[in-house]
Structures are given as structure tokens and as C-alpha cells.
Design a binder for this molecule. Structure first.
Ligand code: NAD
Ligand code: 0WE
Length: 262
């Protein structure tokens, strides 16, 4: 199996619709060992059964804005596993009002929070877990096209994802010294807890179905399959990269028709 015996620490499962769930299920199918974080009791109540279902070995509280909780997670992983082969970062947050209206109105506090939770946290996790990474270890994070091009209302999250993608390139150099790799997957829109709160998400979804080369939206399963590849030794020559799993949407320029091609 592709990921036989690899120990994968997963940050960002909130429920069975989470992108991190699709990744975890794929990892499981390929023989990985799993452990999951949660933030607060409400999410723990969802994550514990999911961990059970996927044969997870432990779950742990970890808010990525807390250096203390990150340090505790490192201690736990060291104690339980001794090393980490795969780390998945599937975490993002911006306040609701930062995701509507004009980007120019973003507050200093709103900007700092979005960048802290959605971008800096990747640096913090890599720094903290570096001593546990085995040679050949793989880190994976989740990004979105809004990092590259303006998506209405994505606003400060687009800026945070741009910082995240650049961080992946800089981290790739540092981790590369230890033969560890880090990559990002840029996923097309998926209906999850984080996206259901977005007004007009339906319109974004319909737009992709209409214009993307594959003529449909993607599934968390498809993200999981790409994640399994990137985290496996098949991808041993790939680091610092952003891989699009978006039905090909990102390659488009002008589509001179309202109709889906026949
Ligand atoms: P989700 O709500 O299922 O997952 C987001 C996760 O972030 C949750 O598990 C939440 O607990 C966690 N989180 C938020 N603040 C945190 C904190 N302070 N500490 C630790 N964890 C925290 O939604 P999702 O859509 O699966 O999002 C996962 C990732 O995928 C995010 O980075 C998101 O930006 C990215 N992404 C989502 C889409 C989409 O359309 N849904 C597309 C491309 C990329
Ligand atoms: O990265 C994301 C979503 C991230 C996200 C979502 C929320 C909603 C609930 C971050 N923070 C919050 N905060 C909340 O309070 N995506 C790629 C999905 C997404 O979000 C959008 C999109 C798409 C696509 C927001 C506006 C426009 C398009």
C-alpha cells in the first residue's frame, strides 16, 4: 500500500464534509496510521467518532494560535509515535465580516487574525514538528485560487492564501535539508462547514460547473487521492509546489460562450 505504516497527523477535520476528512479517508485506504486534532468540545464530539471510524490512534486539543497547545501536541506525538511521517494542515479562518464587502475595509485585527490562523500556523507547526519529521516526511496544506486572482468576497483570505503559498516555498528549502517535503493542494470550491457560511457559494459552484474543463465541481475524495500521492514516496521529487485539484478551472482565460462545450 502507498502509505503503509506512515504516521499521519491531521489538523482540520471538523466533520465528515471537511476536506481533511476526505484526505484522512484516502490515507486510511492506503494504509496510513492517523491522529486528529480538534478545537473545543463541540468539534471533539464530531472528531472522536470520525477518528474511531477511520481507525485513528489518538485525538488531541490543538488551537493553532496557541504555542502552548502546539507544544503539547508535539509532546503527545513524540510519546505516542516517536516520529511523524505526514502532517496535514487543513485550517483557515477569517471573521465573517472580513469575507463580505470591500477588501479595503479589512480591519488590522481582522487581517492579523486571518493571517495568523490561515498562514502563520503552517510555519508554527513545521517549526514545532521539525524534530519529529522522519527523512521522507511530507507536509500538506490547503489553498485556493483566490491566492492568485481576485475572487469576490474572498478578500483577506486571498491575501492569507498568498502568504500560505509563499510560505510553502520558503519552508520547502528549510525542510528539504532534512529530506522532508511540503506542498499545497489548491482545491476547487467544496461544500464544507467553512464554505456553507458563505453567501453566493451556490453561484460560485454553478460557475465552476459551467466553465471548468471537466464541467463539474470536485469532491473531497479527489482531493484525498491527490493528497495520498503527494504524501507518498511516489512524489519524492516534489516539494514547494501547489497542485491544483479544481476540474482544471485555473488554466482558463476567456471562455467566449455561455454554453458548456458539447
Ligand atoms: P472545515 O470547516 O471543514 O475545516 C476548517 C478547519 O479549520 C476546521 O476543522 C476548524 O476547526 C479549523 N480551524 C479553524 N480555526 C482553527 C484554529 N484556531 N486552530 C485549529 N484549527 C482551526 O472547512 P474546509 O473547507 O474543509 O477547510 C479546510 C481547508 O481547505 C482550509 O484551509 C480552507 O481554506 C481550504 N479550502 C477550502 C475550500 C472549500 O471550498 N471548502 C477550497 C479550497 C481550499
Ligand atoms: O478557504 C475557504 C473558506 C475559508 C473560510 C470560511 C469561513 C466561513 C465561516 C475562512 N473563514 C471563515 N469564517 C467563517 O466565519 N474557501 C476556499 C471556501 C470559500 O470561501 C469563500 C469563497 C470560497 C470558494 C469566501 C468568499 C468567496 C468565495
Amino acid at each position: 500500500m502507498l502509505l503503509e505504516g506512515k504516521r499521519a497527523l491531521i489538523f482540520g477535520v471538523a466533520n465528515a464534509k471537511s476536506i481533511a476528512y476526505g484526505i484522512s479517508a484516502a490515507f486510511r485506504r492506503h494504509g496510513a496510521r492517523l491522529a486528529f486534532n480538534y478545537v473545543g468540545e463541540a468539534i471533539q464530539k464530531r472528531v472522536d467518532p470520525i477518528s474511531q471510524e477511520l481507525g485513528g490512534e489518538f485525538t488531541f486539543q490543538c488551537d493553532v494560535t496557541s504555542e502552548e497547545q502546539i507544544a503539547q501536541a508535539v509532546d503527545l506525538a513524540r510519546q505516542r509515535w516517536g516520529g511523524v511521517d505526514i502532517l496535514v494542515h487543513s485550517v483557515a479562518f477569517a471573521s465573517r465580516d472580513a469575507l463580505t464587502g470591500r477588501f479595503i475595509d479589512t480591519s488590522r485585527a481582522g487581517f492579523a487574525q486571518a493571517l495568523d490562523i490561515s498562514a502563520y500556523s503552517l510555519v508554527a507547526l513545521c517549526h514545532a514538528f521539525e524534530p519529529l519529521f522522519t527523512p521522507g516526511a511530507s507536509v500538506l496544506t490547503m489553498t485556493y485560487y483566490g491566492a492568485r486572482k481576485v475572487i469576490t468576497n474572498y478578500n483577506v483570505m486571498g491575501v492569507a492564501k498568498a502568504a500560505l503559498e509563499a510560505s510553502v516555498r520558503y519552508l520547502a528549502v528549510d525542510l528539504g535539508r532534512k529530506q522532508a517535503r511540503i506542498n499545497a493542494i489548491s482545491a476547487g470550491p467544496v461544500r464544507t462547514l467553512a464554505s456553507s457560511a458563505i453567501s453566493d457559494f451556490r453561484k460560485i459552484f454553478d460557475h465552476i460547473e459551467k466553465y471548468a474543463p471537466l464541467g463539474r465541481n470536485i469532491t473531497t475524495d479527489e482531493v484525498g487521492n491527490a493528497a495520498a500521492f503527494l504524501s507518498s514516496d511516489l512524489a519524492s521529487g516534489i516539494t514547494g509546489e501547489t497542485l491544483f485539484v479544481d476540474s482544471g478551472y485555473n488554466i482558463l482565460g476567456i471562455t467566449p460562450s455561455d454554453e458548456k462545450p458539447a
